[in-house]
Design a protein around this ligand. Structure first.
Ligand code: IDP
Ligand code: MG
Length: 148
């Protein structure tokens, strides 16, 4: 089954949105396969965002991600990468629809509270980076009530 990497950024943690965000993924029917609260060091944040290293906002982005603890998670389910991005909303909260996490809780692109992998391949890479010791293999007892 498909997996995605979701991270609640330092502003999401500081603003007390951890429970709300987890709840949205849970209620949808996705399964939590990994979860940890951690502070990341600069080189780790730079590695996570290495594809953006040439962008003018890269330094500020790295500063933002290392400014406080984050919640790193792995969620699993059918089409969870694409659907997860829809639940999160557009990168710039000015463009995020109400009902999405960024649409409901964020205002600025540089404080958009949550990260989600943008493709199955990047999800695999990000899960390997953030969960080098692997994730938890279990299946919800509700599985047959969620999938046909
Ligand atoms: P995504 O998080 O929706 O996948 P990306 O383009 O991958 O968006 O950018 C990663 C993160 O970099 C964004 O979530 C946002 O925090 C930050 N970011 C992107 N563009 C800008 C910008 O123009 N100014 C400041 N921060 C930006
Ligand atoms: Mg991205």
């Amino acid at each position: 089954m498909e997996q995605t990497f979701i991270m609640i950024k330092p502003d999401g943690v500081q603003r007390g949105l951890v429970g709300e965000i987890i709840s949205r993924f849970e209620k949808k029917g996705f399964s939590l396969k990994g979860l940890k609260l951690m502070s990341v060091e600069r080189p780790f944040a730079e590695k996570h965002y290495e594809d953006l290293s040439s962008k003018p906002f890269f330094n500020g982005l790295v500063e933002y991600i290392i400014s406080g603890p984050v919640i790193a998670m792995v969620w699993e389910g059918k089409n969870v990468v694409t659907t997860g991005r829809k639940i999160i909303g557009a990168t710039n909260p000015s463009d995020s629809d109400p009902g999405t996490i960024r649409g409901d809780f964020a205002i600025e692109i540089g404080r958009n509270i949550i990260h989600g992998s943008d493709a199955v391949e990047s999800a695999k890479k990000e899960i390997a980076l953030w969960f080098p010791d692997g994730t938890v293999n279990w299946q919800s007892s509700l599985h047959h009530w969620i999938y046909e």
